[in-house]
Design a protein around this ligand. Structure first.
Ligand code: ZN
Length: 239
């Protein structure tokens, strides 16, 4: 009897693993690793290419409303610089142009784009209606905190940051935060925020994952933020 029950349970759990497609697994595994330290070379269409989309300037100006939980001293300075970079970049024509002209497998598209075009993804980001805060239009809502993995949390030590689907809170690993430039922090925050906007990616690393919306937007942010930090001037989108 016990044997049969166990076998039944086993069969059920195996079955349910297959019956719930990625949505279920994704939500369950959203508390994930964000290894944002790799370098990715993306291809963007330029003005000389067929299908190039020039940036449109009539776009609202995004604000950032950030709750900072435990940032003091140098950490506070760094997170404030990162937030300023994020706001500058996300409101720039250069950011818009790169999102519009992002390519994956030779087409102007993102991987795992939920059926949305590059322009639709950009518009959604600029509306900034987070899944958990759909009424808050035009404001990027962030809830940020630092954490330090304990020595026995082996799998946590290589995690740059993580977030859970049922809360706006974003956790950043002090081991990485301490070494990061503000532009890296801006890229990491943006990646996590794009999850809050409803986009996901494969749990395990693979060659297409960097082209998912969270990864690609995070990397675009990091690259442009690094340029701004070095003194480059971006063109602000009109209010
Ligand atoms: Zn992610």
């Amino acid at each position: 009897m016990l044997k049969r029950t166990l076998a039944g349970l086993l069969a059920l759990s195996t079955l349910s693993g297959f019956n719930f497609p990625e949505k279920h697994d994704c939500d369950k595994h959203r508390q994930h690793n964000e290894l944002l330290t790799q370098k990715v070379e993306y291809k963007f269409l330029g003005p000389q290419d067929r299908g190039y989309q020039p940036p449109v300037t009539q776009i609202g100006h995004l604000q950032i409303d950030a709750r900072l939980r435990n940032y003091a001293g140098d950490n506070r300075v760094k997170i404030m610089q990162a937030l300023e970079l994020m706001q500058t970049v996300i409101n720039s024509q250069e950011f818009q142009e790169q999102v519009y002209n992002f390519t994956f497998k030779g087409e102007r598209q993102f991987n795992q784009n939920e059926g949305y075009s590059n322009e639709q993804i950009y518009s959604q980001l600029m509306e900034a209606r987070e899944i958990l805060l759909p009424e808050s239009e035009g404001i990027i809502n962030l809830d940020l905190s630092l954490y330090t993995p304990k020595w026995w949390q082996v799998t946590q030590r290589n995690v740059v940051g993580y977030t859970n689907p049922d809360s706006l809170r974003i956790f950043m690993n002090t081991n990485f935060f301490g070494k990061f430039e503000p532009s890296d922090v801006a890229g990491n925050m943006t990646h996590e925020w794009v999850h809050k906007m409803g986009f996901s990616h494969d749990f395990n690393a693979n060659e297409d994952r960097p082209f998912s919306v969270p990864y690609a937007i995070g990397y675009i942010m990091r690259e442009l933020a690094a340029k701004v930090a070095k003194g480059a001037k971006l063109t602000s989108v009109a209010r």
